[in-house]
Design a protein around this ligand. Structure first.
Ligand SMILES: Nc1ncnc2c1ncn2[C@@H]1O[C@H](COP(=O)(O)OP(=O)(O)O)[C@@H](O)[C@H]1O
Ligand SMILES: [Mg+2]
Length: 289
């Protein structure tokens, strides 16, 4: 999709040689801190920003040269909402539907984003999260082959986020290719076939959420209480370590936990050199002996 993608703003490099390959039918999440270059990358792929260097092919065409037939195959949800305050939800979705050659049914789309009971309301009267759902509706109404979503769930409550996840899952199941940016790790983990971690204009890692940064093969931490102190042993064979402990301590192991790095741990370790925040505490999941 893109190789060696470069973009400068003045003397600052926003993208410093990004490679990105997304397969048909895949859900790909671009993860990264604010200012990483996510929006810049996505807008170049959408044909909304000029690049300074690199090769880009999206649905077989260079976005800078592609025409309306190409745009008809894309769905776009930009990071900032469209200002359609005076239109009702149904009017906005219907007028966007008319711009596409194979539109989805307007009321089905409105229901799919959970706005059936607000269809007659002006967009200006909706909450921030509800407006974001309108943006998503406008992005999917054209039955896109490829859907771009730039931080689609910012401002969603947990219920809205879950509903959005279901929608994305069903779009993916029906064959839509999806590129989304997010800074919610649970969202990437839940939705994405593959995740790309971007920071300071560079792609630091691309992998499945479960393999990212060697997570699946990394060592587990076995922790327990003994003689008034907490002990931790790092091991690639935690089952054996627990069995050994159990036999040595002769029964229940006090406050036993077995943990592996979460996606968040891996992500924070990857981006740590590029941001000023320190890595979070390891996440502990209790495993009962
Ligand atoms: N239009 C612009 N003019 C100047 N600098 C910009 C512009 N858009 C983005 N930038 C800068 O480029 C970098 C990447 O921004 P952006 O792509 O929006 O990152 P992200 O979406 O990951 O937060 C940031 O340092 C940002 O300040
Ligand atoms: Mg952005």
């Amino acid at each position: 999709m893109a190789t060696g993608l470069r973009k400068r703003y003045g003397d600052r490099a926003a993208l410093d040689g990004i490679d990105l390959r997304i397969e048909r039918g895949e859900v790909f999440a671009l993860l990264g801190p604010n200012g990483a270059g996510k929006t810049t990358a996505v807008e170049i792929l959408e044909g909304f920003r000029h690049r300074d260097g690199g090769e880009v092919t999206v649905l077989g065409e260079d976005p800078e040269r592609a025409g309306l037939a190409w745009r008809d195959r894309l769905g776009v949800v930009l990071q900032t909402s469209s200002g359609l305050d005076l239109l009702t939800v149904r009017e906005a979705v219907r007028s966007t539907a008319r711009a596409y050659s194979r539109p989805r049914q307007v009321d089905e789309v409105i229901a799919a984003v959970g706005l059936a009971d607000r269809a007659q309301d002006r967009i200006g009267r909706l909450s921030g999260g509800q407006r974001r759902r309108v943006d998503v509706a406008l992005g999917i109404v054209g039955s896109p082959e490829l859907l771009f979503l730039d931080e689609p769930t910012t401002g969603f409550d947990p219920e809205a986020r879950r509903q959005f996840w279901e929608l994305i899952t069903s779009l993916a199941e029906s064959g839509t290719t999806i590129l989304l940016t997010t800074h919610y790790l649970d969202e990437a983990e839940h939705l994405a076939d593959r995740v790309g971690v971007i920071a300071a204009g560079r792609m630091l890692a691309v992998d499945t959420p479960s393999n990212l940064g060697g997570r699946a093969s990394s060592e587990a931490a076995v922790s327990w209480d003994e003689a008034g102190t907490r002990h931790t042993e790092r091991t690639s064979t935690p089952t054996e370590a627990v069995a050994r402990l159990a036999s040595r301590l002769g029964g229940e192991i006090p406050r036993l936990t077995v943990t592996r790095p979460t996606l968040e741990d891996t992500y924070l370790t990857l981006i740590a050199p590029h941001v000023n925040t320190s890595a979070a505490e390891p996440h502990e999941e209790d495993v009962h002996a």
